[in-house]
Design a protein around this ligand. Structure first.
Ligand SMILES: Nc1ncnc2c1ncn2[C@@H]1O[C@H](COP(=O)(O)OP(=O)(O)OP(=O)(O)O)[C@@H](O)[C@H]1O
Ligand SMILES: [Mg+2]
Length: 464
C-alpha cells in the first residue's frame, strides 16, 4: 500500500512506459485518474464522499494498446481488475443480461488479491507447521506414541527420554533431508478434506442470480459433512496441499471478505471493452437490435453511476470504482451512446495508430517484448536467438505493410508475423538444432521467409 500511495502520475506513466510504447495521452489520463483516487482517500472532510472517479473512454482502433494499458494500470496500482466485453450483453441467448456480474467478478478478484496478501504474511508460519506435519507422518513423535502405549507410571524415566532423544535426532536428520528436497519424491499418506469449497462455487454461472446461487451452494456445501479422504502423494505435493490448508487456517476469512470489499470499492477498476458495439445511431434504424443495445446501456448506467451490488462476500458500493471503457468507434461515435452514459465517461482519450517505428520499438523495448519472449523460449533449450537491428526494422516494415494491405490489426500483427518467421526453428529445436546453437535473424532471413507471403495478398490473409 505504501508504495502505491507514493506513486506520482509521472511515476505511473514511467511504469506504463515499461510495457507500452507511445500512447502518452492515454497514459497521462489513466495516471491522473489513479492518483486522484489516492488523493480522494486522503481527503479528510465530508467532500470525500462526493468526489467521484473520472471514468475514461479510450478510443482507438484494434491492437493499439487499449486493453494493455488498463491491464498494466491495474498491476501498477495493485488494484482488483476485471474486463468485460459490452457486446456480450447483447448476444442472443444471453439470458437476463446480468450486468452486475462484472461487479461480482471484481469482488472475486479482490478476494483473491487480499487472500494472496494474507497468505503471504502467514506463509512462513504455515510452512513451519507443514514441516512438522510431514515429519510426524514420516517419524511419529515418540511421546504421543508412548502415551497411547500406556507406559506404566512408575517406569524409569531415563528410558523413554532416551527413546525421545533418539526420535528427536532422527527427526532432525529427516528435517534436514526434507529441507534439502532429498525426500521430495517419496510418497506419504495425508488426509485431505474432500471436495474443496472452491469447486462447488464454480457451478453457478447460470441464468439465475449468481449471488444467490453461489450463496446457496455455499450453504449446501457447509451443511454437508466435511469428508476427510486419505491420499497418497509425493512429499513435494503434500507440502503444497498442506500449505494451502495451514494458510487458510491461519487467515481469517471474514477479515479477507471485509477488506476485499473495501479494496474493490476504493481501488477497483472495471474495464468495459467494445463499448462502441452497444452504441447505436439513434433514429436511423429503430429496429430490434438497437433497442437491446440501448437497453444494455441503461442497464450499465446504475452500475457506473454507483449502486449497491450484492455479492456472496457482501454488499459492494460501486460509487468509487473506476470504469474505463474502450472501443474502436469506427462506425458508431461516442455521441451515439445515450447521453447519461456519455456523461459518465467525461475523459476521452484517443489512442494513436501505431507507426512502423512504434512497431520496431514494440518488438524490442517492452519488458515483455516479443523478441524477448522468443529468446526466453529458445534459451530454455539452450539455443541462443539473436536479431540484428536490420531484421527488426524489416519485421516492423512488413507487419506495417500487411496491416495496410490486408487488415489493420495493430500490434497484434507482430505476433502473427513473428510466429511465422520462427516456426521452423521452433519445430527443429532440439532435434536438428541442438543445445548451444545460435540463431541469427537477419534482414535477408526475414525477407526470405516473409516477403513472398506479403506479396501474395490472398495468401497472407490466411497465413499472417
Ligand atoms: N502501444 C503498444 N505498446 C506495446 N505493445 C502493444 C501496444 N499496443 C498493442 N500492443 C500489443 O498488442 C497486443 C494487443 O493490444 P491490446 O490488447 O491492448 O489491443 P486493444 O487496443 O485492446 O485492441 P481491441 O480493440 O482489439 O481490444 C497486446 O498483446 C500488446 O502486447
Ligand atoms: Mg482490447
Amino acid at each position: 500500500m505504501e508504495k502505491i500511495l507514493s506513486l506520482t502520475p509521472r511515476q505511473i506513466v514511467a511504469e506504463l512506459d515499461k510495457y507500452i510504447i507511445g500512447q502518452h495521452d492515454a497514459k497521462r489520463n489513466v495516471a491522473i485518474a489513479l492518483r486522484n483516487r489516492i488523493r480522494r482517500l486522503m481527503v479528510k472532510t465530508d467532500i470525500q464522499k462526493d468526489i467521484v472517479p473520472n471514468n475514461i473512454l479510450m478510443i482507438g482502433s484494434t491492437g493499439v494498446g487499449k486493453t494493455e494499458i488498463a491491464r498494466r494500470l491495474a498491476k501498477v496500482a495493485h488494484a482488483p481488475f476485471t474486463k468485460v466485453e459490452a457486446s456480450k450483453f447483447t448476444e442472443v441467448g444471453y439470458v437476463g443480461r446480468d450486468v452486475e456480474s462484472m461487479v461480482r467478478d471484481l469482488v472475486e478478484q479482490s478476494v483473491a488479491l487480499v487472500r494472496e496478501q494474507k497468505n503471504e504474511s502467514v506463509k512462513e508460519k504455515a510452512a513451519e507447521a507443514v514441516e512438522e506435519l510431514i515429519l510426524d507422518i514420516l517419524i511419529p513423535p515418540v511421546k504421543s506414541a508412548g502415551f497411547t502405549r500406556a507406559i506404566p507410571a512408575d517406569t524409569e524415566e531415563s528410558e523413554p527420554s532416551n527413546d525421545a532423544e533418539l526420535n528427536e535426532r532422527t527427526r532432525e536428520r529427516f528435517r534436514e533431508k526434507l529441507r534439502d528436497g532429498e525426500l521430495d519424491e517419496r510418497k506419504i499418506e495425508i488426509s485431505v478434506k474432500a471436495g474443496s469449497p472452491m469447486g462447488v462455487g464454480m457451478i453457478g454461472n447460470g441464468m439465475m442470480d449468481d449471488a444467490s446461487m453461489a450463496g446457496l451452494q455455499d450453504m449446501i456445501s457447509n451443511m454437508m459433512p466435511k469428508k476427510v479422504k486419505k491420499r497418497k502423494v509425493s512429499i513435494s505435493e503434500a507440502r503444497k496441499i498442506l500449505l494451502e490448508e495451514e494458510m487458510s487456517k491461519l487467515v481469517d476469512f471474514e477479515e479477507v471478505k471485509e477488506e476485499a470489499i473495501k479494496l474493490a470499492e476504493n481501488n477497483g477498476i472495471i474495464f468495459i471493452d467494445e463499448i462502441d458495439k452497444i452504441a447505436s445511431k439513434s433514429g436511423k434504424n429503430g429496429g430490434g437490435p438497437d433497442v437491446s443495445r440501448e437497453g444494455v446501456q441503461r442497464d450499465l448506467l446504475p452500475i457506473v453511476e454507483g449502486s449497491a451490488v450484492n455479492t456472496k462476500y457482501g454488499v459492494i458500493n460501486t460509487d468509487h470504482v473506476l470504469f474505463i471503457a474502450a472501443g474502436a468507434f469506427h462506425v458508431a461515435k461516442p455521441s451515439d451512446l445515450i447521453p447519461e452514459l456519455q456523461g459518465r465517461f467525461p475523459i476521452r482519450v484517443e489512442l494513436q495508430s501505431l507507426t512502423q517505428e512504434d512497431f520496431s520499438r514494440i518488438l524490442r523495448e517492452p519488458k515483455n517484448a516479443l523478441t524477448k519472449q522468443y529468446q526466453a523460449l529458445f534459451e530454455s533449450e539452450e539455443v541462443y536467438l539473436e536479431f540484428n537491428d536490420e531484421s527488426i526494422e524489416e519485421i516492423a516494415r512488413l507487419a506495417f505493410l500487411i496491416n495496410q494491405e490486408v487488415e489493420n490489426i495493430g500490434a497484434r500483427r507482430l505476433h502473427t508475423v513473428m510466429s511465422h518467421l520462427l516456426n521452423d526453428f521452433l519445430f527443429e529445436v532440439p532435434d536438428t538444432i541442438t543445445a548451444n546453437s545460435k540463431i541469427m535473424v537477419t534482414k535477408e532471413m526475414v525477407q526470405d521467409r516473409l516477403s513472398s507471403l506479403v506479396q501474395n495478398r490472398d495468401l497472407s490473409q490466411y497465413i499472417l
